[in-house]
Design a protein. Structure first.
Length: 204
């Protein structure tokens, strides 16, 4: 089995549409034949990562006093500016959808229950739920365990900050997915202990 893919964290605050004076940035130098051009975020598998990018991120992290390679957190001003840009982009998208679908109602506000429901659906699908009749369920038991553990982290980190309805939702979902996991792993254990089925006899 291959190693778990590793991700290189890129500080996107370096990539600006214009400089502090409102002018567009100067064009970058043409890459040499040995330079690997990246079209966007890259998934780094088994240690094969763009060395130049990795060295840049690591050097910036060291300058910020962070030896683990994670860029420093954005400032409050940067976060506010990015949030405003995100909301404007989301509104443009909604306007486009409304133009193509005039009868479409306003989308519901995203709540904590939506987040918990997203984890719940992911875990149940990973445990084989939702398969069509006549099809063999596809089970990702390791992925399901990770999703359930993420729900546990969510419960731990939000403890004391939820209202009664949110607590009931999270507790109920955690109980249900953990029970489903226990039942599924019990079935897997029983099947693993059974002797293999002999092949059918061949024709004489």
């Amino acid at each position: 089995m291959s190693e778990t893919p590793k991700f290189t964290v890129i500080d996107r605050r370096k990539f600006k549409a214009e400089d502090d004076d409102g002018n567009p940035p100067a064009p970058a130098a043409e890459p040499s034949a040995k330079t690997e051009v990246s079209a966007g975020p890259q998934l780094v598998v088994n240690g094969n990562k763009p060395e130049a990018l990795a060295e840049t991120v690591h050097a910036d992290a060291l300058e910020a006093g962070n030896p683990e390679g994670v860029p420093p957190a954005p400032t409050a001003e940067e976060s506010d500016r990015q949030k405003a840009a995100y909301e404007a982009a989301a509104q443009r998208l909604e306007d486009l959808l409304r133009a193509q679908n005039p009868g479409m109602g306003a989308p519901p506000a995203i709540t904590f229950e939506h987040l918990v429901q997203q984890f719940y659906v992911s875990a149940m699908i990973q445990m084989g739920a939702g398969a069509q009749d006549g099809q063999r369920p596809r089970v990702d038991i390791v992925g399901a365990r990770n999703t359930i553990d993420l729900l546990g982290v969510l419960e731990l980190k939000t403890r004391g900050n939820l209202n009664d309805a949110e607590i009931r939702t999270l507790d109920s979902v955690l109980f249900e997915v953990r029970m489903a996991f226990l039942e599924l792993t019990s079935m897997i254990s029983v099947q693993a202990m059974q002797p293999p089925t002999p092949p059918p006899p061949g024709r004489r």
